[in-house]
Design a protein around this ligand. Structure first.
Ligand SMILES: Cc1cc2nc3c(=O)[nH]c(=O)nc-3n(C[C@H](O)[C@H](O)[C@H](O)COP(=O)(O)OP(=O)(O)OC[C@H]3O[C@@H](n4cnc5c(N)ncnc54)[C@H](O)[C@@H]3O)c2cc1C
Length: 339
């Protein structure tokens, strides 16, 4: 069946910032054949293709003069189960949080700390999504991607993905690989990660001393709901800047002026700084410029109060970057993908 191509489609409902730009063409892929067909048609018509999932890691600053291909494939399955280790696979278009909840309902542990992250299964490896001390790479068992240059399918193992902090081979070669399905190695025995942020404290407040994976997920969902704005109510893309990793010497110079600097020493001698802390110290928390702003509770989250354009949000982000560089000598890198 030939997939429908719509023309001049607003992407407002397809990005969590709620930015109203238009795609020249818009189509959806529910299976591998529809992906291949969309790519072939685009090639024939000499059009670029922009793949999107849930649109929760995008900042759209202009109309997209291309075919926007929305991944809408569905399906999740158990590939192997030895009674302890269970390998599951899901199609790229599966919404991430329902996939996590499905795995927990089966009694499979490993994804609980990654609960309530918006977006799709296919995009999660792009930036090695992470939260509360766990990243995709910690439970990753492989993925299948289509090489858009050669049209061939390729399986990637952990090493081939070259995962880093909010980074992967897919992010570094944007547009080359189209991820079709992803596999995770989960476990029937819980190895709880409770030491990051207020997770353990939240569980203790609830009277839970020996939490199940579902209890950890529930606690993390409740913390996230308090901390982060819900994109259905206030447009945003989660953390807007990565936490910068800088030299120990620079941290000492910052500490001399700001004794409370939030800093985490890394194994290689460098130090990770909390970008949110730097932005808050610089006085940006709650700042608003038209409909673009910095969230009033979370300095790391830029928001769209309704009618902000992507260019306005980007201009605000650049002003914050310049200010942080001037004040602290630290370069902030954007986390969302800019178009
Ligand atoms: C409220 C909120 C909280 C968030 N919290 C977190 C968090 O805790 N941790 C975290 O890491 N992130 C977080 N994010 C960011 C975001 O949810 C993740 O990066 C998510 O994985 C993006 O998925 P998506 O489907 O929305 O991707 P999109 O935004 O649609 O796409 C992101 C990028 O991936 C590419 N892409 C999408 N699908 C595919 C595919 N199948 N194959 C190849 N390329 C593809 C796109 O071209 C684009 O470059 C948060 C975002 C929001 C709004």
């Amino acid at each position: 069946m030939t997939a429908v191509w719509q023309e001049q489609v607003s992407l407002k409902a397809y990005n969590t910032f709620g930015i109203d730009v238009k795609a020249r063409y818009f189509t959806q892929a529910h299976c591998d054949d529809e992906v291949r067909e969309a790519l072939a048609q685009a090639r024939q018509r000499e059009l670029a293709v922009q793949v999107i999932g849930g649109g929760s890691n995008l900042l759209l600053t202009r109309d997209i003069d291309a075919v926007v291909l929305h991944m809408a494939s569905r399906g999740r399955r158990v590939l192997s189960d030895d009674g302890e280790r269970v390998v599951v696979e899901a199609e790229a278009g599966e919404p991430w949080h329902p996939f996590v909840q499905w795995s927990l309902a089966q009694g499979y542990c490993g994804l609980e700390n990654l609960s309530l992250i918006p977006g799709t299964v296919g995009a999660a490896p792009m930036q090695n999504v992470g939260a509360y001390g766990v990243e995709v790479k910690d439970v990753f068992a492989g993925l299948t991607a289509l090489d858009r240059e050669t049209g061939e399918l390729r399986d990637f193992d952990l090493e081939a993905c070259a995962f880093g902090y909010r980074d992967s081979v897919f992010k570094r070669n944007a547009g080359r690989w189209l991820i079709l399905r992803v596999r995770y190695a989960l476990s029937r025995t819980l190895r709880a990660h409770l030491d990051y942020g207020p997770v353990r404290q939240r569980l203790l407040e609830q009277g839970v001393e020996q939490p199940s994976a579902q209890a950890i997920s529930d606690a993390i969902c409740s913390i996230r709901r308090e901390k982060l704005p819900d994109p259905s109510e206030l447009g945003n893309a989660g953390s807007f800047f990565k936490n910068p990793v800088v030299s120990a010497g620079l941290v000492e110079r910052i500490r001399a002026r700001y004794p409370g600097v939030v800093a985490y020493p890394q194994a290689d001698g460098q130090v990770k700084l909390a970008a949110g802390w730097l932005i808050e110290q610089a006085g940006w928390k709650g700042y608003r410029e038209g409909d673009a702003g910095v969230h009033r509770l979370q300095s790391l989250v830029l928001v769209n109060y309704g009618q902000a354009s992507g260019a306005q949000v980007y201009a605000l982000a650049q002003r914050i970057q310049a200010d942080i560089l001037e004040r602290f000598g630290v370069e902030l890198e954007m986390e969302p993908n800019l178009y």
